[in-house]
Design a protein around this ligand. Sequence first.
Ligand SMILES: *Cc1c(COP(=O)(O)O)cnc(C)c1O
Length: 397
Amino acid sequence: MTATKTELIQRLLTPGPTAVPAAVLREMALPIIHHRTKAFEAVFAEVGQRLARVMKTAGPVLSIAGSGTTAFEAAQVSLARPGSKVMAVAGGKFGERWQDIFDQYAPALNLKPVKLDVPWGEAVSPEALEAFLGEHGDVDLIALVHSETSTATACDLKAIVEVVRRKAPEALLIVDGITSVGAMPVDMDGWGIDVLVTGSQKALMLPPGLGFVGLGPRALDRLKQFKAGPSYNLDLRRWLKSHAQNTVPFTPPVSLIRGQRVALEMIESEGLEQVWARTRMLADASRAAMDALGLTLCSKSPSDSVTGIFYPQGADDKKFRNRMRDEFGIHLAGGQDGRGASWSGKIFRISHMGFVTIEDTVAAIEAAETVLREMCPDLPGKPGDAVAAARAILDRA
Ligand SMILES: *Cc1c(COP(=O)(O)O)cnc(C)c1O
């Protein structure tokens, strides 16, 4: 008997959604409990406490039904002071989205949005931010991305926060940690991040459907300074009030919240630092493998959550990713298009976040090497070099 396609082990290595462990899937299959009960409140409280430990904050972490964008937009619209100057930094698709959201609310809230753009594939440098804030020290709210998934790029967030504090002391900083929280070092309170946002379907090993907003003391204070703007569901004041009673204002996705409790338990029992180290190692191994194939990373400041690679001459994005999926069960992401660049068809991305093992990563590298060498016979080295380069790093673990 020959193996059929459905018998292939499927490895979801896209940078969101990501694979969900069986224990989490089983928990989510339990019968629904009503959300206005002590039983739900206990689960919800535990999720909040575990999220706070994963974000490294003493402040509340709100769980909002929706995707990462819902949670981020809620932070933007709830904290933008009417009539103020707001700023978003972009070097990829997601930073551009936060710029668009400020633009969208600008008429209703009389905002004055300013934008700092960096080339795709580069991280905003503390120096560039410092120069920009030299001109815009009156900015009141700043949005920026820690790990820009569309370009597989991470910034030096700790240094960035320090610049913001010094050059724009009144400004609040909202950080998109959607692919950094639970994947790489982030210390919300230690680094002084005012607002940290993440989502369920990236490093937190859950299906899509929840967004999380961690709130530091300055953000909590600002929420009291003025009333909600044009949004009802996205007003964090409403979510915060319920959170104090271990619940949410509207019917929550109960199964997801139960699943999130188990996924966070898994993260904490592996150990947060160990999770960061594993993610880092898988990223290092993937970068070494691509280097052995003579390929170029699309980032000058690569994130550990996801590796993005420019295709070599002769490789076709659709054919490559279809073969990876259909013959090897490996699901990769392509590139995205935005204002700063058009990378669809030009790059592919492999995720290292969440429920990803050494075996998953080696399988992806081995298959990618096989398919790319077939498509591009001029690649340097010999078959197996990419896997060997990855193994050299993984075997040290
Ligand atoms: C996935 C992602 C988002 C958007 O999250 P959704 O859940 O798709 O709304 C935002 N920022 C980054 C960095 C992401 O990776």
